[in-house]
Design a protein around this ligand. Structure first.
Ligand code: NAG
Length: 133
């Protein structure tokens, strides 16, 4: 009795620890670090919120179902294009920010990259690029 209570409690503890790692991580693939120096941290943060006409503040996802979109600030540009030609962009802010973080984890913070973010379109995945312009 006491033992099974212990098992239940440890299972709860383990799943509470595991959840943030397994469910909140956006999957990215095909990450290619395209070279160049790290871009300005603040400018990157502004540019990433300009995607889809702006996803700052209370806007929690890409608005308007565009077929492609760019987010630009200063010399920094993000772009999103669905992998499937007829698809539209349908990415949440959380997924967008996590995908960028995952690419930076591979290439280095604020370094230019191209990558595929899993999901993020009406059907299929999206190709994402961060570059200096
Ligand atoms: C966009 O995603 C949301 C939730 O992930 C879904 O409910 C909605 O149907 C999608 N819209 C399109 C146009 O695919």
């Amino acid at each position: 009795m006491l033992f099974s209570l212990f098992l239940t409690l440890s299972a709860l503890f383990v799943s509470a620890l595991a959840a943030p790692l397994t469910t909140r991580q956006e999957k990215v693939s095909n990450v290619v670090c395209t070279g160049g120096n790290a871009l300005d941290f603040h400018t990157v943060n502004v540019a990433l919120l300009q995607i889809c006409g702006g996803i700052a503040g209370s806007i929690q996802k890409c608005q308007g179902a565009p077929t492609s979109s760019t987010g630009t600030s200063g010399n920094v540009q993000f772009s999103i294009v669905p992998v499937e030609q007829s698809a539209t962009i349908n990415i949440s802010k959380g997924r967008w920010e996590q995908g960028i973080k995952a690419a930076f984890a591979v290439c280095g913070l604020d370094k230019p990259f191209t990558a595929t973010f899993v999901g993020g379109a009406s059907t299929g995945d999206v190709n994402v690029e961060l570059k200096q312009i």
